[in-house]
Write a new protein. Structure first.
Length: 269
């Protein structure tokens, strides 16, 4: 049990490092300083004698089917993406950020089959992802390609379980790549209500954060690439321009797919 907890924590830490590096590279005003992993908050930044705490959070998942096993699903997708990354690493030394959007019907299929069949599905999808990435790697650092059913960089007929793939070449900017996946209906749309709920939940935990910090930042990770089809751009615009109450000194919305960073207007209680 302890080994499983350790592996899960290792995956979580690796993913958070990938996200904070992406945020740092996309936010031109990110302070210069030494960044280290922490418990509460997720990261500490030493900057000219100041200590800045940075907490990462994502909008909560929403899903109608209560039998959906989020942990099992995430483990399956994480293992799939790790295998695809290893396949590419055998012939390519470029550092890539690869983001795969799977159809949400992959979850019940995976849940219904036995371990052997699940392993075959995982390996088959990993090879499909690796093949698509290998044939569509951006040559220049900083470029990003989107592979979908309309993109000129993509295939006319993607595999049935894959909706689209984003490939970003970060060679020379990152020490290692980041590969991750999701399903389309998992992410709660960006709105005043969803941001307010995240702020409320995180404000309750502020007392547990490192009290030596001079500032506390919250980075809300948003990903329109994973949005369900009812995503409303007007709702997102309202959410980014709204005035929120928060105990954090700064609150950002990081749109991971597009690499955009928005500093929210906040007021302390």
């Amino acid at each position: 049990m302890s080994e499983e907890i350790s592996r899960n924590q290792e995956k979580k830490d690796k993913r958070e490092w990938g996200v904070i590096k992406m945020f740092r590279s996309c936010y031109s005003s990110f302070p210069i300083g030494e960044l280290s992993k922490s418990e509460s908050p997720d990261f500490l930044l030493q900057n000219e004698g100041r200590l800045i705490g940075i907490e990462l959070t994502e909008l909560k998942y929403e899903r109608a089917d209560k039998e959906f096993n989020l942990r099992a699903h995430e483990d399956f997708l994480s293992s799939l993406m790790e295998e695809a990354q290893k396949i590419i690493a055998e012939t390519c030394d470029l550092q890539l950020v690869v983001e795969v959007l799977f159809h949400d019907d992959i979850s019940p299929i995976v849940a219904m089959v036995d371990e052997h069949a699940r392993d075959l599905i995982r390996k088959g999808l990993a090879h499909q992802v690796a093949t698509l990435v290998k044939e569509n790697i951006p040559e220049a650092t900083g470029l990003k390609f989107t592979i979908d059913r309309t993109s000129k960089y993509g295939h006319e007929n993607l595999p049935a379980k894959i909706k689209s793939i984003n490939i970003h070449n970060v060679t020379g900017r990152w020490y290692e790549g980041l590969w991750y996946a999701a399903i389309s209906t998992k992410v709660k749309p960006l709105s005043i209500a969803s941001v307010s709920q995240r702020l409320m939940d995180k404000n309750k935990k502020m007392k547990k954060y490192n009290q030596a910090c001079d500032e506390q930042w919250l980075v809300i990770i948003q990903n329109s690439f994973l949005m369900s089809s009812d995503y409303d751009p007007l709702s997102a615009h309202d959410a980014l321009s709204h005035l929120y109450f928060s105990d954090f000194d700064r609150v950002y919305v990081f749109e991971r797919s597009e690499g955009s960073v928005s500093l929210l207007r906040t007021q302390k209680y």
